[in-house]
Design a protein around this ligand. Structure first.
Ligand SMILES: Cc1ncc(COP(=O)(O)O)c(C=O)c1O
Length: 378
């Protein structure tokens, strides 16, 4: 079966946050992290059948999501888990502050790398816990192995990692993960590993390595967050999982989730199971398409020395150092030239922008033409 990622999907009528932001403006939306692609046919079919039932009360999926998650991680990452380790969630973002409130006393703190997807840092503020930011010099040393890890105090108890990384798109090597695992063991840290972009490794030879799969010790200190939202473009359907092998830890998190978070969306449950159980061929085709987009973008940016891009291993987001443009606000400058990217400031780098290339090739080409013209005239 072939899938058409070249289709120019009209998204204004789909309540798209990404597209409505620039409605009536000549700005190509390439910001928030969803793609412009239609969902896989099996997902659309499963949703239609569920909608046809016409009843949408509280759902009990009888363990279907946990079973689908266990089969998926076994097949994709060769990670064997017990479905009992899986906690269904309505989303990943709220878990960051929930974990800090549930696992850290008021005088304990977390750590994470910067730049980073902003909710990691915002969550510390929400949870009223301190957080240490560890610099990850993405533009100069994108291999995570070389991001130095600081000596910690006994109060620092929870390490957040984002693998593959948002915004850098870097996937951590086994060596880098071992380095992190030794560090976590040395300081006896809980490790929350957000692996939401794991299924979008663009090189077909590479396989994602969950932090928790490294060793019995890493499993026992880990909370792994996964969902089909990014790889299958289901972000609006509110469904994810936490995989927690450590029984007492899982029960603590389960209680906190039950008190504070909404249950997963009924349609999200159906869509996620259809993604993980019936849509692998679509995912492989999408990765191939995205790989083409990434390579095209990277080659085009080589012609523009004012812009330096971290070539992502995974996903559809490109982190770009725009300091060479010598603009006070490169994000605003891009908007003035018809490109709606994500501003780097909230991620920890005001001179960077993030470009979402999860779109059809013709739209990417339009954006690149605008970008080249703008940079040449600058
Ligand atoms: C690393 C990362 N984690 C979490 C999320 C959001 O997940 P959710 O929509 O399930 O809250 C995103 C969305 O862009 C993300 O990039």
């Amino acid at each position: 079966m072939s899938f058409n990622f070249d289709e120019r999907v009209e998204r204004y009528h789909t309540d798209s946050e990404k597209w409505l932001k620039y409605r009536d403006q000549d700005i190509i939306p390439m910001w928030i992290a969803d793609t412009d692609f239609r969902a896989a046919p099996a997902i659309q079919q499963a949703l239609s059948e569920r909608v046809e039932q016409g009843v949408f009360g509280y759902a009990d999926d009888q363990g279907a999501l946990a079973k689908a998650a266990a089969q998926w991680v076994e097949k994709q990452y060769h990670w064997t888990i017990d479905p009992d380790w899986v906690l269904p969630l309505s989303g990943i973002k709220p878990v960051f502050s929930l974990l800090q409130e549930c696992l850290l006393s008021a005088d304990q703190s977390s750590l994470c790398h910067t730049p980073i997807y902003p909710p990691f840092t915002q969550s510390a503020h929400n949870a009223q816990r301190a957080q240490r930011l560890i610099p990850y010099p993405l533009f100069d040393q994108p291999d995570f192995l070389y991001a130095p890890l600081p000596a910690l105090t006994p109060q620092e108890r929870l390490l957040f990692i984002c693998n593959p990384h948002n915004p850098g798109g870097k996937s951590y090597s086994r060596e880098a993960l071992h380095h992190l695992a030794e560090y976590a063991e040395h300081y006896d840290l809980w490790v929350c590993s957000d692996e939401i972009h794991a299924d979008l490794l663009l090189d077909p030879e590479r396989r994602h390595i969950p932090f928790a799969s490294l060793s019995a010790d890493s499993a026992q200190r880990s909370i792994t967050l996964l969902s089909a939202a990014k790889a299958f473009n289901l972000a609006g359907l509110g469904c994810a999982v936490a995989i927690i092998p450590n029984n007492p830890l899982r029960e603590r998190v389960r209680r906190a989730v039950a008190q504070r978070m909404a249950v997963p969306n009924s349609l999200g449950l159906v869509a996620t199971c259809a993604a993980w159980q019936q849509s692998e061929a679509w995912l492989v085709a999408q990765r191939h398409y995205l790989r083409g987009n990434r390579d095209h973008l990277a080659e085009s940016l080589l012609q523009l020395p004012a812009l330096r891009m971290v070539v992502p291993d995974a996903g559809f987001l490109a982190w770009i150092d725009a300091s060479g443009l010598q603009q006070a606000d490169p994000h605003h400058w891009m908007e003035q030239h018809g490109l709606g990217l994500t501003a780097g400031a909230a991620y920890g780098d005001p001179q960077a922008v993030r470009l979402n290339f999860g779109c059809c090739r013709s739209r990417l080409d339009e954006a690149l033409t605008r970008l080249c013209n703008a940079v040449e005239q600058a």
